[in-house]
Structure formats: C-alpha cells, structure tokens
Write a protein that binds this ligand. Structure first.
Ligand code: BMA
Length: 364
C-alpha cells in the first residue's frame, strides 16, 4: 500500500513538473501573438493614451484615440524617465502609480504595453537631452559610475516587476531602451559615445535586468531613428541577436512630406528583412507629426507608408507619440481638422485597434 502511494505521489510530481515546463511564459506568449499577426494587420499604438489628452487628465477610461475612433489603441506606450531617480512621477508628470495602473488595465483589456525610458544621467542628474557631459563610457562596466548606474537599473527593475495583475501575473511588455542612438540629441547618442560603448551599455542593461533582477516578462526592442540607408548602417549600434526580440525604427522626419515617404518604406524594408531572417518581430516603434499641421497626415503619410504591401504584411505595430494638449500632440482630438482623416485611417481593415486585435486573437 505504502509503495503504491509513493508511486502515485511520484507520478503526480512528474506530471506537474512537465506541465509547468510546457507552460508558455507571458513573454513568449506576447512574442508569438506579435509574430502571428503577420499578414493580418498592423496594430495601432499611442503613447500615454489613458494618462491625458486634449483638456483632460487621468479620467477613467478616457483616451483621445477612443474619443476620435470609438476604440482604444491596441498598443499602449508608457514612459519611465525619472524612475531611476526615485521620483514619484515621470518627466511628463505622470505618476508611476498611475503608469502601473494603466499598464495593468491595458493588459487586462487585451492590449500590449511598451515602455520607453528617457533617464536622467546618474553622473549629474541632467536630462536625456543634455549632451555636455560624456555619460556612457562612465556607466558601462569598468566605468567610474557603473555601480551607481546599477542602482538606476535596480529602481527600474523594481518598477517593472511591480506591474502585476491581481492574479499575480507579471505583465509582459516591450522595453525600448537607448532608442534613437543614431541621432545626436541624447547623452547616449551618436555624438556622445562610440557604437562599441553603446552596445556595451545595451548589453549590460538587458543582461542585468534579465539575469540579476529577474525581469523575465520583457521583450527588448532595438529602435534607432531614421539615419541609415543600408542594413550595415542600421546595425551599427545593434547589441546582438541574443539581446533583441523586436527590430524597430523611430521615424518622424521622413513622414513630413510626400517626397520622403519612399525613404521611410525602404528603411522599413531593411528592418523587415533583418527581422524575418532572424525570426524576430518588426515594428514602427515611434512616429507622428507634432500638432498635425497637415490635417490629412494619417491618410496621406502614415496611411501610405503602411499601405506598402511588404510593410503591411510584416510590421507588427506602429505607434504615434503622446497627446500633450495644444503644444505637443500627435493624435487628434474631436473637432481637430485631422480627426476625420485619423478615423478614416483607423477604420481600415488592416489597421487594428484594440477590439480588432482581440477579434483576431480569438480567431487563432
Ligand atoms: C519626447 C517629448 C518630450 C517627452 C519625452 C518623454 O519625445 O515628447 O516632451 O518628455 O518624449 O516622453
């Protein structure tokens, strides 16, 4: 009898082990979902969509995308600059408690979260756009401020690991550190460090978060700006395939005028080719036209780029930047001349808002 019980217990343990080994992680689920979108449409994303918009701030369920289109975006961007300094709110005055709440809500609703990070320098506390002090060579391993920089990453990781549902699921997300490194405007940009240093910083960041801080719900994006015309140029700052899941690009400039739309498409082709060759996801990680002075921008610029057949069949999402009212917004609000074009754009069958995305997931 005793022997039988032991055998049963042993079998039970073996079974539960094999179930948990086969269980797919939240991160892998997110990756698969994004991969399986290919050919079904491009997710539409918006930065800070629940946080604020034209004449409102932190109103439950509000979003300028929802106000104009009737639905939420499928991809929700959030910004973490300031978390490394122990601040209560990010550099755009959105509290981290709210960011956590919004990200959990977006995930619960079936959306995808992505985090950008414009950190303050650990050397002198200046913001990301201050390039007077060289920072990167001092915060990578061996640098004088490396230990201090690790504390920044600790704070970042603590926040990321605190984005948990009531059921205890760590919310999966796409992290996009050290973005636009091919431009000269950030302290990690092309004028402020060498590609080798940037790669080291990138690798250390990802490795530390994954291995030391157990941030295992994270996909990592590589998103330079538009300053490349070949694969080699695009990959100048690339940390390596083992660190990157998502191959992206930020590009505002090429979408300002008709003349450069082909350039934007060509660059997306470079990204797509590389992503497909390596089994990775591709995305148009940031775009927009500040204050939308061209009211047809959504149909005549972004809509045209996303109509290219290769782009449409491969890019997982396109995200437009935030809606700081009046002076710095990238999605229209009701009554803005561009609103009807934005609605026309999001009404397209192959541009997926949250409900469209959920329907597609249900069909799989
Ligand atoms: C930039 C601008 C800034 C903002 C930063 C982080 O592109 O929108 O105003 O502080 O992103 O969100």
């Amino acid at each position: 009898m005793r022997v039988k019980i032991w055998i049963l217990l042993l079998l039970g343990t073996m079974l539960s082990c094999s179930v948990s080994q086969n269980e797919i992680s939240e991160k892998d689920k997110l990756f698969k979902t994004l991969q399986s979108l290919k050919g079904k449409g491009v997710l539409f994303g918006h930065q800070d969509t629940y946080a604020y918009g034209y004449t409102w701030n932190d109103v439950e369920g509000q979003s300028d995308v929802k106000r104009v289109t009737g639905d939420y975006p499928a991809v929700f961007g959030w910004e973490l600059g300031g978390i490394e300094e122990g601040k209560l709110a990010n550099l755009d005055t959105v509290s981290f408690d709210n960011i956590r709440k919004y990200a959990i809500k977006a995930y619960g609703q079936g959306g995808i979260n992505t985090f950008s990070w414009h950190p303050f320098s650990v050397i002198d506390g200046v913001d990301s756009w201050n390039t007077e002090t060289r920072v990167v060579d001092k915060i990578i391993p061996g640098g004088d401020y490396h230990e201090a920089f690790k504390k920044d990453l600790d704070a970042l990781a603590d926040f990321l690991n605190s984005v948990i549902t009531v059921e205890g699921v760590k919310v999966p997300f796409i992290f996009r550190p050290w973005h636009e490194m091919d431009g000269s405007w950030f302290w990690w940009g092309s004028d402020s460090c060498s590609p080798k240093e940037l790669k080291e910083l990138f690798r250390f960041t990802v490795q530390y978060l994954r291995e030391e801080k157990a941030v295992n719900q994270m996909l990592v994006a590589y998103s330079p700006d538009r300053n490349f015309s070949t694969r080699e140029e695009y990959l100048s700052w690339y940390p390596g395939d083992e660190y990157i899941d998502l191959i992206g690009m930020d590009n505002y400039y090429d979408l300002y005028t008709n003349g450069l739309l082909d350039e934007a498409i060509k660059k997306l082709h470079i990204i797509i080719d590389y992503a497909n060759e390596k089994g990775k996801i591709s995305a148009f990680t940031e775009t927009g036209y500040e204050n939308i002075p061209d009211s047809t921008w959504y149909t005549s610029k972004l809509g045209v780029v996303l109509s290219d057949s290769i782009v449409a069949a491969n890019i997982s999402y396109a995200l437009v930047w935030r809606n700081d009212p009046l002076k710095h917004f990238f999605f229209p609000f009701p009554g803005h001349p561009s609103a009807k074009y934005a609605k026309e754009f999001t009404d397209r069958e192959d541009i997926l808002l949250l409900e469209d995305f959920k329907q597609i997931k249900n069909m799989d």
